[in-house]
Every structure is written in structure tokens, then in C-alpha cells.
Ligand binder design. Structure first.
Ligand code: XLS
Ligand code: NI
Ligand code: NI
Length: 437
């Protein structure tokens, strides 16, 4: 097999003073930070869809990407060859994980059985390459949004046959994920939403979506798949409104339909931006509910209203992300998955390396900075102190559920005014963060 990246050797850690663009300046996989190696904290994953199937096409022009290993056909043979290029890339990069949609790795056939046959033929090569390299599958997923049959959604389609097709497709994707030792399985509601409420029975669609997820939970048990299920929030695109719009909406849906014990959230930065939230907010909402599972690490553009899926290089972003992740005990089954694509103008294969190296280094810095902030303790102490009136006296009584409104009335009548407030010190805290950046 011809090398796909003959000019590039294994990417090494060379330290912050290195000027080599094909080296890590901060990501040192074996280095211990806050009690764990960077490798184990960050659990980096490369996505198959953008990195090996992205062409750089946009609504205004054709693809630009040069991918010499790809013959441009939709054949199973080409898909199998592509696996070798993908694993050569991931191995040289030194990422421990990867993720796919079923239709990224293998071509869809004319019938479901033909699609399944194609999928098996490529999965065989994926398995061989996983065994050869030790690279593992972080999660698999089914693409139930690209094929025209899913124009009205998959689990939320108005057409019961389409629902059945989606269920069958997801069943197979779960089986292959299981076969490849996947550590998780993700549900991103590609077209699970609406373009107009004029033609939509929202309640019925949501009931159906919950049915589909319950079937998946049952099937998971049946085949003995132990991986974590994730649901990935996104507020819009491709639909006007996606039902899984943000962390809070996902949690509400999962709770309403008794699905919460079976799912965690896979939170994507650019989706948070589209929802009008920060990544930190989305992580905090999920973390507080015990549902922070995994992240799709990318970034959007504040000036563009769509999912630009850029590689994350902003140190504040990675710092705040890692602060939230460390606060909630770190990533367990999940990882830092680069659901990101190189720009259309960055069309050479080497750009894939620059992009991932930059993202990994930005997260390594975020991790080190967040660990240092936590070790320093001032930020954490400030927050703890800010709520100290709840630790004893009337606050503790309210928190324990023992206080009544009548009692609080008596308390305030006696006291007069509420005790003076303390400053929120936002600027002081922002300066404190900057001490570490
Ligand atoms: C699209 C989503 C998608 C999921 C996987 O915006 O981010 O790529 O991560 O289906
Ligand atoms: Ni994503
Ligand atoms: Ni996305």
C-alpha cells in the first residue's frame, strides 16, 4: 500500500520553543497533569466525515481538496483504500481515537442489504487497522440525514416507513460500533426538527423520536453493547429548529421520556454558539445534571450564523472548556473529538496535520492552564465564599428544606434589611484568569 503522507513522519512533542510546524509545542501525551497523562485527560479523536470525506465544496463552488489517495469513486475498494490513508494519518498524529458515521466509511447501496454488505466489507478493514495501530473507536453514528428519504427527518419523519428505515440503519450502525469495540454511540438529530410549524405535529414527532431512542436502548441491551449513548445538541441547521436545540432542551426531552439514565450529552462548541450560548454554559448545564459525556471540539465564527466547524485555537475557549470538564471529574467514556474541517482554501493534505496539531496544542494548553487555576485555588475559593451565607444559619436551614415562608418573614421582620451584598468582582476574576494564560 502506497503511503498517503510520504513526506510526513510521526508528529513529536518538541516543546514550546520549537519552530517546527509539524511538531507539538504543548501536547506531550505522557506528561502528567493533575494526576493523569495528557493522553488520558484529552482522549483526542479524529472524525472520518470532515477529515477523510470533506471535499471543501460549498453552496457556491465545487470541492478543492487534494486527496491523492482517493480515486474519487464511490466504490467499496476506494472506501477500503481510504481506511489505510485515515489510519496512517491518525497514527502519525498520535490521536488515540476516531469517530465515524456509517455512510462516511462505506458507500450507501441501492438497498439496505447492499448498504449493510458494503459497510461490513469496510468495517473488516477498519478492524484490521484498529488492531494494527491500537487506535480505538470513540463512537459511531448513523447518517440519517443526507439521503433524500430523510428530507422530513428520520425518527421524526411524518412517514412511518422512513422511521422504520432509520431504525434499521441505526440498528446496523450500533452492531458495527459494537463489533469494532466502540466506546460510545452518538445520536445527532440531523433533520429531527421542523422547517415550518404549519405542517408539523410537534408532539407526535417528539413521541416518535423517544420511541426510536427507547428501541435503541433495548437493542443495546440485547446485543450486549456496553458503550455510552450520547445525544448531541444543535439548535438549527439543517432545519430551522432542531428539537435537541441545546443542553437544557436535551435534558428536558430525555427526562420527559424516561431516557436520562441511558444518555449523556456530546456537546459541540459551534452548536453552543448557534444556540446563543457559550460552550462553558452548555458544559455547565450538562455537568450539573451529571450528563457531561463528550465534546465535539471546534469553533464557529462570531460573525457567521452557521456551523463553520473550524479547528479550535482560542486558548480562552480551551481553558474554559477544560475548567468545566475538570470540575465535573474529567472525560470518562468521552473524548475531545475534532468535529472540525480545514477551510476550503487549505486544500493540501498537510493542512490536515496543521489543523489537528493546532487543535491538540490549544487543548493541551487549556488543560495545563485549567489545572494550574484549580491548583492555585483562588477562583474556586472565591465562588465557594460567595455562597458562604448558605453554609450555616438561615441559609443552611433553607437548603435543608426545613424553612417555611412564614419563618423567613419573621426572620426578616426582626432583621430589618438583608445583610450587605459583596462585590461580584468580575473584572478581578477576569484578571486572575489572565494571570494563567
Ligand atoms: C453536525 C454534527 C455532526 C455530528 C455527528 O453539525 O456536528 O457532525 O457530530 O452526526
Ligand atoms: Ni458534531
Ligand atoms: Ni456540528
Amino acid at each position: 500500500m502506497k503511503s498517503a503522507f510520504p513526506a510526513i513522519s510521526k508528529i513529536k512533542y518538541e516543546g514550546a520553543s520549537s519552530k517546527n510546524p509539524l511538531a507539538f509545542k504543548h501536547y506531550n501525551a505522557d506528561e502528567i497533569v493533575a494526576g493523569k497523562t495528557m493522553r488520558d485527560h484529552l482522549r483526542f479523536a479524529v472524525v472520518y466525515w470532515h477529515t477523510f470525506r470533506g471535499t471543501g465544496s460549498d453552496p457556491f463552488g465545487a470541492g478543492t481538496a487534494l486527496r491523492p489517495w482517493d480515486d474519487g469513486t464511490n466504490s467499496v475498494k476506494n472506501a477500503q483504500n481510504r481506511v489505510h490513508a485515515a489510519f496512517e494519518f491518525i497514527e502519525k498524529l498520535g490521536a488515540p481515537y476516531y469517530c465515524w458515521h456509517d455512510r462516511d466509511v462505506a458507500p450507501e447501496g441501492k438497498t439496505l442489504s447492499e448498504s449493510n454488505k458494503n459497510f461490513d466489507a469496510v468495517a473488516k478493514v477498519l478492524k484490521e487497522e484498529q488492531q494494527r495501530t491500537g487506535i480505538k473507536l470513540l463512537w459511531g453514528t448513523a447518517n440519517a440525514f443526507s439521503n433524500p428519504r430523510y428530507m422530513h427527518g428520520a425518527g421524526t419523519s411524518c412517514n412511518a416507513d422512513v422511521f422504520a428505515y432509520a431504525a434499521a440503519q441505526i440498528k446496523k450502525a450500533m452492531e458495527v460500533t459494537h463489533e469494532l469495540g466502540g466506546e460510545g454511540y452518538t445520536f445527532w438529530g440531523g433533520r429531527e426538527g421542523y422547517m415550518t410549524l404549519l405542517n408539523t405535529d410537534m408532539k407526535r414527532e417528539l413521541d416518535h423520536l423517544a420511541k426510536l431512542l427507547h428501541m435503541a436502548v433495548a437493542y443495546k441491551k440485547q446485543i450486549g453493547f456496553k458503550g455510552q449513548f450520547y445525544i448531541e445538541p444543535k439548535p438549527k441547521e439543517p432545519t430551522k429548529h432542531q428539537y435537541d436545540s441545546d443542553s437544557a432542551a436535551c435534558l428536558n426531552f430525555l427526562r420527559e421520556y424516561d431516557l436520562l439514565p441511558h444518555f449523556k450529552l456530546n456537546i459541540e462548541t459551534n452548536h453552543a454558539t448557534l444556540a446563543g450560548h457559550t460552550m462553558q454554559h452548555e458544559l455547565e448545564v450538562a455537568g450539573a445534571a451529571g450528563a457531561l459525556g463528550s465534546i465535539d471540539a471546534n469553533t464557529g465564527d462570531e460573525l457567521l450564523g452557521w456551523d463553520t466547524d473550524q479547528f479550535p485555537t482560542n486558548i480562552y475557549l480551551t481553558t474554559y472548556t477544560m475548567l468545566a470538564i475538570l470540575k465535573y471529574g474529567g472525560l470518562k467514556t468521552g473524548g475531545v473529538n475534532f468535529d472540525a474541517k480545514v477551510r476550503r482554501e487549505s486544500f493540501e493534505p498537510v493542512d490536515l496535520f496543521y489543523a489537528h496539531i493546532g487543535g491538540m496544542d490549544a487543548f493541551a494548553r487549556g488543560l495545563k492552564i485549567a489545572a494550574a487555576i484549580r491548583k492555585d485555588g483562588r477562583l474556586c475559593d472565591f465562588v465557594k465564599n460567595r455562597y458562604s451565607s448558605w453554609d450555616s444559619g438561615i441559609g443552611a436551614k433553607i437548603e435543608s428544606g426545613k424553612a417555611t415562608m412564614k419563618e423567613l418573614e419573621t426572620y426578616i421582620l426582626k432583621k430589618g434589611e438583608a445583610s450587605p451584598n459583596a462585590s461580584g468582582r468580575q473584572e478581578f476574576l477576569e484578571n486572575l484568569i489572565n494571570e494563567f494564560i
